[in-house]
Design a binder for this molecule. Structure first.
Ligand SMILES: *Cc1c(COP(=O)(O)O)cnc(C)c1O
Length: 376
């Protein structure tokens, strides 16, 4: 548990549920990634946590930004980012969003199909474009694979088409899936991108950039490989495939930058045996699937939990949120144990909740207020 957040909670006793994020820890993670991958430019994936104190801190550190919507582009601008440091990194963009971003000076856009490419050519003429490839999301705990990216063959045609449409065919991207535990996923994706670089070069088109996406994992209940492990694998693969002619490298971390810096402070609303002596106790919290913990879907992301009674005897529990919706269950199969004397009214902390929580809140489902947030 982060000592700065512990102190804040003890001194301020904020109402629950709330998210507390240590912005200094965000900075430390940004610096650690920069140190591990000095040749890569960091485009923070805004969707992981778009809070202004995070964006302004990152602007101050010289970060670039990966924005998924016009609203995220304008948040970055409001935080002081230069438009040329913003990549519009969603393959699915409204025409009005492309137009607004272009008017604001954004000149880098992603696509993964012909129609999107044509939209960009028409509404953001002359911009740098990169094509997203479909890659394996195997070993990712929060995969993104099937929804985005195209095949190597179609990417080849589309990059040539981009040039014909008067755009600047800048490079290629992929995303190996979020909370990716295997460095091999990056190596395999780099090999795929490199073969297309060569292919296109033979066709007279020299690309200049490879966008390695995000996916770098953080610690939840278990240790994960250090960032240096991923950086080493990436550097080896880049050197193997590109030799001395390294293209520009971009990374788009989200979870890695903000995840471990956040704690959700929550109250136990009810502990219930549900009439059974043999089953787990059910522990209902004042935050659930609809209050921001959307990544518990499928029990994919399993947060570590701290209680004031840690160290006392524990027993198995199922964890659920406070709403009247049957889908509002956090963990039933993931073998959570909590203290046997845990009672309603007590407060517990969910660690590693800085990413993909604050903006995954529904607005007032069942009347519950959206999560309050503190950036310290
Ligand atoms: C969500 C997303 C990211 C961030 O992924 P993390 O796994 O949080 O690092 C980066 N790039 C794109 C295109 C994304 O959609």
């Amino acid at each position: 548990m982060n000592p700065k957040i512990t102190r804040f909670l003890a001194e301020q006793t904020p109402a629950t549920p709330c998210l507390v994020v240590d912005v200094d820890q965000v900075e430390a993670r940004y610096r650690a990634l920069g140190k591990a991958l000095p040749l890569a430019r960091i485009y923070y994936a805004v969707k992981a946590n778009p809070a202004m104190p995070i964006l302004t801190r990152l602007v101050g550190l010289g970060s670039c930004f990966d924005a998924a919507s016009w609203e995220e582009v304008s948040l970055c601008l409001e935080a002081g980012a230069h438009p040329e440091d913003i990549s519009f990194g969603n393959t699915v963009k409204k025409v009005s969003a492309i137009q607004a971003a272009y008017r604001a000076g954004v000149r880098m856009f992603v696509f993964d199909c012909r129609e999107e490419l044509e939209k960009i050519a028409q509404h953001a003429p002359g911009s740098r474009v990169y094509c997203r490839l479909l890659v394996d999301n195997y070993d990712a705990e929060w995969p993104l694979s099937r929804k985005f990216g195209t095949t190597v063959e179609s990417a080849r045609d589309l990059m040539l088409e981009a040039r014909a449409l008067g755009l600047d065919p800048y490079g290629l991207s992929f995303h190996v899936g979020s909370q990716q535990l295997s460095a091999e996923a990056y190596e395999a994706a780099i090999a795929r991108v490199a073969s297309l670089f060569t292919d296109l070069s033979d066709a007279g088109l020299d690309l200049r950039m490879i966008n390695l996406g995000g996916g770098f994992p953080i610690r939840y209940r278990e240790d994960v490989p250090e960032i240096d492990h991923f950086a080493g694998a990436i550097c080896r693969a880049m050197t193997e495939h590109f030799g001395n002619a390294l293209p520009e490298m971009l990374v788009e971390p989200g979870r890695f930058i903000v995840g471990e810096a956040g704690v959700v402070h929550t109250e136990v609303v009810l502990v219930s045996a549900r009439g059974r002596q043999d089953g787990p106790r059910w522990v209902y919290l004042d935050i659930g699937r609809f209050g921001g913990l959307a990544e518990t879907e499928g029990e994919s992301i399993r947060y570590a939990i701290r209680t004031a009674r840690d160290g006392s005897p524990t027993g198995p529990v199922a964890l659920a949120g406070p709403t009247c919706d049957g889908a509002d269950i956090l963990y039933e199969k993931s073998h959570y144990d909590l203290p046997l004397d845990l009672r309603s009214g007590e407060q517990i902390d969910l660690l590693g909740t800085g990413a993909y929580v604050s903006t995954y809140c529904s607005t007032r489902f069942n009347g519950f207020a959206p999560l309050s947030e503190y950036y310290i």
